[in-house]
Structures are given as C-alpha cells and as structure tokens.
Design a protein around this ligand. Sequence first.
Ligand SMILES: [Zn+2]
Ligand SMILES: [Zn+2]
Length: 395
Amino acid sequence: MKSEMLESALEIKEYIVGAKRRLHREPELAMREFKTTEYVRSELSALGVEVLPLGSPVGAVGIIRGNKKGAGHVSALRADMDALPIQETTDLPDRSIVPGVMHACGHDCHTAMLLGAARLLVARRDAFSGTVKLIFQPAEENLDGSATMIRLGVLEDPKVEFLLGMHGHATYDVGQIAMRAGQYMASSDFFTVAMKGTSGHGAYPHRVACDPVLAASNAVVAMQSIVTRQIDALDSVVISVCQINGGTAKNIIPETVEFSGSVRCQNPATRDTIEGRIRRVAESIAAAYGCEAALDYHYGVPPLVNDPELTSRVRKSAEKLVGPGDVREIEIPAMGSEDFSRYGELVPHAVFARLGIRSPGGQAPQFHNGNFVFAEDALPYGAALYAQFVLDVNE
Ligand SMILES: [Zn+2]
Ligand SMILES: [Zn+2]
C-alpha cells in the first residue's frame, strides 16, 4: 500500500514535471539564474507561500508556517538551480533552447521537486506545527551558492534546526532513496604553485642553473607522496594536479611554470594539514633546483558529514514512502563534493540524501554529459521525501 504522502505526490506529478520541463528548456549558469529565480518566486506566490525578500536577483526562499498547535521546529529543504556549460544532445521535447547550456546535473529536477513539496506542504499546514524554509540556491556547480545564501541570512531568523537536501543519483532505480550517517562527501580545495626559475637557452641549462620545468615536474610527482607516504591509507585524500602551464618555445627554458590542482579530503583534521604539506614539498623541491615556489591555496567547501541522529529519522521518513527494502545504505563515502556541506557546518542537524533516477532495467544516466536524462518518474519521490521530512521532524 502506498503512503498517503507518496499518493499525493503522484497526484501532482503533472505539476512537478511541468515545472521541470519549463526549467529544463531554459537553463541558466551559476549566479545567472535570473529567470529561474523569477519563476520559482512566482510559483511560490501562486501556491500561497510567503517569499522572503532576499536582496539578491538569484536565489529564493519561501516560508511555510504550520497551523497545528504546539511548539514545532524550524526545518529547511534545499534545492539547487544552476545548469552547466554543456550542449544538450538529447532529442527530448523539453531539450534546452539555450545553446551550450544544459541542466546536465538535474538541478532543474531538484528545483521542481521542491516546488512540488511546497504544494504538498501548503495543503498540509494543519498537519505540522513548525516553520519550514524552502531554500532555492544558485551556483552549486562552482560550489559558491551555499556561501552566498548563508551570507544572505537564510539559516537565521528563524534559525534552522533541521535541514534536508538531496541529489539525483544514477546507481539507484526510481523509487529508491539512499543515505549514510557520518562522513559522506569530501572537502574541495584548490591550489596553484608558481615555480620560478630563470629563463635561458635550452642548449645551455647550466648557465641558468634553475630550470622551473624540471623543478615543477618533480614537485608534481613528489606531491603524490603526501597521499601515499604521509597520510594513513584509511584516511581518504586525493590530490590531483590537473593543469600545467609554462614555456613558449621548444628551445627556451621558461622563467615560470605554474601548476594547479584539486584537493579532496574526508577528514576535516587531515584537510587542515594539506596546505602545509603541499607548501613543504613545493618549497623544498624548488630549493633543491635553485628555484622559488609560491603557493596559492584556496579553501572551497568542507567535507559533508550527515548528522547520524537525523539520518536515522530521514531513513524512517523514506521507509514510509518506499518501504525499507528501497531505502539503501550508501556503503562508501564519495570523494566528490557538494556545497551543501557549508550548511551542515552551521545547522545542528543536516542530512544530504540520494534519490534514485535510473529507470528500472535501463542504463545509468551520465551526469555532466549532453545526453543526461533524469527520469521524470523520480520527481514525485523527491517531492514526497521533502514533505514527509517536515511532518516527521515536527512529530
Ligand atoms: Zn553537477
Ligand atoms: Zn549536481
């Protein structure tokens, strides 16, 4: 027997799918979600949801107050709204009409699901006593959007106690929901090393005696020893140098070689040590080669850690919708990152879950690919979980 909430979500499937198709057709890149924001705000108003003045042209927050007697809690639901610089290659009727821009990560679907949840919750004001904030954030893909929303005060006044976010996931079927307690996703930081030597003739390297190409090459290799020789093998860290720039001709030793990379960590304490380790490797190797290294290190988002207590409550909410057999355990943390983690640092209880989007028996859709398809059948499940969560945390 289907849960009452899932029934209701399936009844408004046309509304949710309609919203998704509209958003999918006109994707907007990070921090340029102007039309998307306007659409979300007008939909919320049409549903009778109070829209908070945010002081930003991108991002929207709706607020729904329950009518049930009792103290109630302040909960929040978060969706992201930005698209990617990818040309859509599907031939679906709602394919992107914006050249080179596509919702290839399903953020259109997350937004549509949260609009669906707004509709489900407005119809259930009498069934919960608390206050719920619906957070539609910009710019998840560049990992900046949550910081923007936090700066705009979305977690304050009233202060959010319980937060749920979710992302479509290709390894689970439609109708399945997955989560894990504790460490779930990695931090994401970036660095650039500028290796400075002296420019000279490629035939006479001894005359300059400080070749930055050789120094940078060695530093790139040595950096991998941080992961393999300095960090516990069970404490996951990834350091990837993904960019190297330097030189203008085959026979000129350049003055400077720059390389940049990405650092991912599961453990916040380990994360705090990586900048220093990279600096030591870069500077020591530079010195050995008679060069100078300058490190520019940028801290992005922290690791995403799901609150264990709330995770078990969300699991129960999900079980009400799909049954225990279709609520899966995420066995292994991921080294990818989510800017949801910034909220998790500030909200006492936050959980980020996965929503199955693979059509049963079908192929797993490829995220960040022009052929990406988020199964529309999954949308009511996401909307129902958002709404059920609000009822359950106010129980
Ligand atoms: Zn993405
Ligand atoms: Zn995404």
